[in-house]
Every structure is written in C-alpha cells, then in structure tokens.
Design a protein around this ligand. Structure first.
Ligand code: AHR
Length: 494
C-alpha cells in the first residue's frame, strides 16, 4: 500500500547510549507528592518501612527508577537544608510558600530522602537553593552529603546518624531562575552560577554532575547564554517543557472527560518537544561542539486544570492520553540521546503526570506508570539508527500531527526492541519493517490501549488500563498492522 510506512533499521551501526537517567523522576514538596504519597511516618496505619509506604516503594522498585530529583522545583529555591536534619521533633515548622502556603514541618529531609532512594534503588539528583540561599549554605549541603574526611560539617552528618557519605549523582544550582527561582536574566544567572560553582567541592569519587538552571519551551537565549558564558563546573543545562491541552496557562484543559479535539490538541502541543529539542541542541552544538554539556529535560509531562484542591496541589488524574504523551516524549528523548542524558517526569506520586496515585491506604498505577514499565528495556540501551518513508498525518478538525512515532534500540539483554505509538484513535496504520537486509515478519511484546481516550485507572477499577501481551505477524506482503490509539514495545526476533 502507498501509505505503508517503511521502517529500515540499521542494525550494523550503533547510535548513542540511551541513558537510564532519561527515566528519572521528580519528587517535590508539593501537594501530596512527598507527604501522604511517599512518606506517611512510622506511626501511620498505612503499612510502611521507616515511614515510607510499602506499596509505593514496591511499585517504584518494580519500575527501576534510576534517579529522583528533590526537593523541588520552585520549592528548592525556598528550601534551607538544615531545617530538615536532626531530631524530627525539633525541626522548624515553615510555610511552603511555593505551593499553597501549607505547613512544612520538615519531617522529610536529607536523611529521609537518601533512605527513600535507597529503598527504591535510585540515585540522587539534589536541586539546591540559589534563589534565597547563600553560597556557603549550598557548599555546606554538598559537603554534608559527600565529605568522607573529618570536618565540622561531616561531624554534623555523623552526629545525625550517617557515618558514610552518600553519592550524589546530579547537583542542580537553582531551578527556573527565569521565574520562581529568582526572576533573573540569563546573563545575571550565568555570573551567579560561575561564582557558586567555584565553591562547590566534593571528593573526586563523589563529584556529582553539576546542572545549570536553563530555560523552557522555545526560550533559546538561556541555552545560548549559559553554554556561551559558563566556564565553571557545568555538566548539563536543565530544560523544562510541559504539555497543556490548550497551550494556555490560564485555561489548560481538563485531565478527564475530554473528547477527540482535546486528544489531538494535547498531542500537537506535546509534539513541540521534538522541534524545541532540535533548536536547543543546535544552539548547544554551536557553543559546545565537543558535546561535553548535556541537555537535561528535568521537568516534563502534562499539566491540566486542578480538579479538586482538597486532593492536594497539582493533583490530576491520568488517562490513556497521558500514556500516549509519555511514550511519544520518551521516543523523542531516545532520538536526541546524544545530548539528552537525563530527564525527570513531573512528578512521581500524586502530582501532575504521576506514576502512582494514592488515596489514604489505596494506591493505583496510572497509565503513565505502565508506559514507564514497558519502556524499562530502553534504560542504558544503545539506540539504533533508522529511516522511515513519509509518516502519515493523523488529522481531526483543523489539527494534525504525526500518526506514528518510533524508537529502536539494542537493550542490555542483547535483544532489539522497537517502541511504536499510533496516536490515531480511529485508524490502524501499516508498517513494513527491515532489520539490516532482513524483513521482520513477527514482533512480540506488550501493547497498551483502552476503549476510551480518557480511560483511566480509578480506585474502584484499578486495572482498566493496563498492558497486555501481543504478537503481531506480517501479512503476505510483509505488512504489520499497528492498532489505533496504541503504544507498543516489542522485540524484533533476529
Ligand atoms: O512541577 C511543578 C513546578 O513546575 C515546579 O515546581 C517548577 O519548577 C515548575 O514550574
């Protein structure tokens, strides 16, 4: 057929590594993200280990979360780390000015964070306070976490029960410094970054990757200025882009109860990530031709109108549409894996495009969780280059977007996996697949879809959207049919 997409995979050439850190997550002191969602305290009736919910820990372990970014977000630039160490009862009560003016009693601090990531088997991405902190405060936090030798700060840590230093994989110097992190211009931030980074010391084997707080959307000047002006300790530039169904922050659109118009407009908005990444990375290529600096998408995901503030700030439900957004964006991150070495979906539990929603002692996996679970095989896989014939457009009303998106990689288990999304809710699409000089006639793996575009996993029906095993065989013409509104991760038999 003329509209069959020919997908030719070059099995003889290795592309870039798809860092497992692309599968990072973000956990901020916001709504019920930490308190209630992850941490309930050891006195809670909800089954827990040292205060951490057993069900959530188990679910996140299963997801193989590589990295957790904490404590914010906007909260990071109001957070003073010494508030969150020492005996819990003596920790100061603060107000979370970033998120609803709620009480922050600092029960969850540095030691609790490291215990949490140890329980789920992840690494640490600390996001430190540039906006309202001091150089000394930031430098001492890094020393507190990483110092192996004797010093007053290391003694403070040991006095609080932790003998050995921790490993900090990434260390962010401020967050959204163009906005909630201080309303700065990129030139001003670049000067500050150089100054702060001069004093950030860690033992060589404990040195984290240092992250400068970059821009968002198509704001190229932050990437230009930071990559052109920062000479000190910068391993990566952070970048944020959220998908809003309307693209308008005043009326973002609803998380559920939407129709095909909102489905396609959300996918049109999310597809902008592709061109935004291309533009930012081109700017980085100009200023850093050796490719030393990573481009870290450390906040991304869907953002809808808040349905019920009683469920906590930025709580939103999660449907098949979120699963589609997740898979398409992960495919983009694979596509740009040569620069995108890290990303964090916002956020992990109960906030924005979460993996998990909780209600008291109940917990559900969102459709987004299932995508991350299906995509685990891509963590630290080697991307394989491929070319396609023209990809058909999916059109509705006056909008259109690519119907299909792909990524291909050789996983650590030596197998070759293909991820494919078909965003078209009404029509299947055909592909013809070649691996090197061989035609692929059968693929096997997992398939995620649902009867309704806004299908979700509610507490009453937690298994409404979940992956099922799938085998797709080519017809006599070698064509494989990709079902409508589908996300597939399949192995290509060699
Ligand atoms: O993820 C929610 C918020 O979005 C973060 O705190 C902030 O960095 C961004 O604006």
């Amino acid at each position: 057929r003329a509209d069959t997409v020919r997908l030719a995979i070059d099995s003889g050439t290795d592309g870039p590594l798809i860092s497992r850190n692309i599968y990072g997550q973000f956990a901020e002191h916001l709504g019920r993200g930490i308190y209630g969602g992850i941490y309930v305290g050891s006195e809670s009736s909800i089954p827990n280990t040292d205060g951490f919910r057993n069900d959530v820990i188990q679910a996140l372990r299963e997801l193989q979360v590589p990295l957790v970014r904490w404590p914010g977000g906007c909260f990071a630039d109001q957070y003073h780390w010494r508030d969150g160490i020492g005996p819990r009862d003596s920790r100061p009560l603060r107000v979370n000015h970033s998120w609803g003016g709620v009480k922050e009693d600092n029960r969850f601090g540095t030691h609790e964070f490291f215990r949490f990531i140890e329980l789920i088997g992840a690494e640490a991405y600390i996001s430190a306070n540039l906006g309202s902190g001091t150089i000394r405060e930031m430098a001492e936090w890094l020393e507190y976490m990483t110092a192996a030798t004797d010093s007053a700060v290391a003694r403070e840590r040991r006095g609080n029960g932790r003998e050995e230093p921790w490993q900090v994989a990434f260390f962010g110097v401020g967050n959204e410094s163009w906005g909630c992190g201080g309303n700065m211009q990129p030139e001003f931030y670049a000067h500050l970054y150089n100054q702060y980074a001069t004093f950030l010391n860690a033992p060589e084997d404990k040195r984290p990757k240092f992250v400068a707080s970059g821009g968002h959307s198509n704001l190229l000047n932050w990437t230009e200025v930071l990559s052109g002006n920062i000479k000190q300790n910068m391993d990566g530039i952070s970048y944020h882009y959220y998908t809003l169904p309307t693209g308008d922050w005043d009326t973002k659109g609803s998380a559920t109860g939407f129709g095909e118009a909102e489905w396609i407009s959300t996918l049109v908005e999310t597809a902008k990530m592709d061109s935004f990444l291309a533009e930012h990375i081109a700017a980085l290529d100009r200023n850093d031709p050796d490719g030393k600096v990573g481009f870290y998408v450390d906040e991304w995901g869907t953002w809808y109108d808040e349905e019920d503030p009683d469920k906590g700030a930025l709580h939103q439900r999660n449907t098949l549409r979120d699963a589609m957004v997740a898979a398409i964006n992960l495919n983009y991150f694979h596509k740009y894996a040569r620069r995108v070495h890290m990303a964090n979906i916002a956020q992990m539990v109960n906030v924005l495009q979460a993996m998990i929603l909780t209600d008291g002692e109940r917990m559900v996996f969102t459709p987004t969780y299932h995508v991350f679970h299906m995509y685990r095989v891509f963590q630290d896989a080697v991307a394989l280059p491929f070319s396609t014939s023209e990809i058909p457009e999916y059109r509705f009303a006056d909008r259109s977007t690519a119907a299909l998106s792909f990524s291909v990689a050789r996983a650590k288990d030596g197998k070759i996996y293909l991820a494919v999304t078909n965003a078209d809710p009404r029509q299947s699409h055909q592909i013809e697949l070649t691996l090197g000089d061989r035609q692929v006639t059968s693929v096997t793996g997992k398939h995620l879809t649902a009867p309704a575009l806004d299908a979700e996993n509610g507490f009453g029906e937690p298994g409404a959207v979940k992956p099922s095993p799938v085998t797709l065989n080519a017809n006599s013409a070698g064509v494989i049919e990709i079902p409508s509104r589908s996300i597939l991760v399949v192995e290509l038999k060699q």
